[in-house]
Design a protein around this ligand. Structure first.
Ligand SMILES: Nc1ncnc2c1ncn2[C@@H]1O[C@H](COP(=O)(O)OP(=O)(O)OP(=O)(O)O)[C@@H](O)[C@H]1O
Length: 294
């Protein structure tokens, strides 16, 4: 559904995006991740054809982003902007028509979305009268008013309470199940773990990790170990771990690359009274921090 090949963008001396390539399959939720200033928004703006790459290609569906039917694309930008003085219903319909919907289609879609978020009774209120979270919901509705095939969401959970975060997650999953494609950019790793099947981690403008989330976690779990001690040891032998963190009686650490899990278990059980040893599956946040700090 979306394919970037060696996409590069400079702003004067800043190498915002360098040789970024990835592919997003139809009917999936793809996480575009990275620390502040990594190049995510620049990448998204190029996908949306708001700015042009210096080099490389971006292909959406069967064409390139420049020639894509605007109904097909939905974008929730990082910086929000709605007409504060206008009524909610008017704003949604207006953006629907901008996307090429007829007035009737825009009105129908507006109603469907307001119902979905339980906001029909607020349709005639001005945007400025809404709370931050409710404005965020309207912004999401504006992005999805045309029921786009490719939906790009930049930090969509900001400002939403836990109940509305669940509603939004359900909507994202529904979109995916209908065969639509979602690119999700967020710093909330728990949301990524719950929603995304593939991810791309960008750091300093370059892709540092890309692929299926499950296999990434498996691969990065290889040298990780979790040990539950019966009694917390006074001292931990150096050389057994590359790094570790111990809290109460539980140690989580990285084994050196040349020490197998089996050999580590043998040495550890010789040394200490141990209740249990397991491979530790890292969270996406662990992997993110490890790669970004490297
Ligand atoms: N219009 C611009 N002019 C100059 N530099 C820019 C411009 N837009 C982005 N940059 C620079 O490009 C780099 C990437 O910025 P970008 O906004 O893409 O990062 P990001 O990953 O979206 O960050 P964040 O998570 O903080 O939103 C940064 O160094 C930023 O300062």
């Amino acid at each position: 559904m979306l394919k970037l090949e060696k996409v590069t963008k400079h702003f004067e001396k800043v190498h915002a995006v360098q040789d970024v390539s990835f592919q997003v399959n139809r009917g999936s939720v793809y996480g575009l991740l990275g620390p502040n200033g990594a190049g995510k928004t620049t990448t998204i703006r190029m996908i949306m054809n708001i700015i042009q790459p210096d080099s490389g290609t971006i292909r959406i569906g069967d064409g390139t982003s420049g020639g894509t039917d605007s109904r097909m694309l939905g974008y929730l930008p990082e910086e929000r902007g709605l007409y504060q003085k206008r009524k909610i219903r008017e704003v949604i319909r207006f953006f629907g028509q901008l996307k090429g919907l007829s007035l009737k289609e825009a009105a129908d879609h507006c109603q469907i979305w307001l119902d979905r978020f339980g906001m029909s009774d607020q349709a005639d209120r001005k945007v400025s009268e809404l709370s931050k979270g409710n404005q965020q919901k309207i912004q999401f509705i504006v992005a999805t008013v045309s029921f786009p095939e490719l939906l790009i969401l930049d930090e969509p959970f900001t400002g939403l309470d836990p109940v509305n975060q669940i509603i939004l997650k359900d909507i994202i999953r529904e979109f995916r199940d209908e065969g639509k494609t979602i690119v999700l950019s967020t710093h909330q790793m728990d949301q990524v773990e719950q929603l995304c099947d593939h991810i791309c981690l960008i750091n300093k403008g370059q892709v540092v990790l890309e692929g299926a989330l499950a296999s990434i976690k498996e691969k990065h779990g290889d040298q990780q170990i979790e040990i539950r001690f019966k009694t917390r040891p006074e001292k931990i032998a150096t050389g057994l771990f590359k790094s570790y963190d111990i809290q109460n009686k539980i140690l989580r650490g990285y084994l050196p690359d040349d020490l197998s899990f089996k050999e580590a278990v043998r040495r550890l059980t010789d040394m200490w009274d141990i209740e249990g040893i397991a491979r530790y599956t890292p969270s996406l946040e662990d992997i993110f921090i490890k790669l970004v700090e490297a």
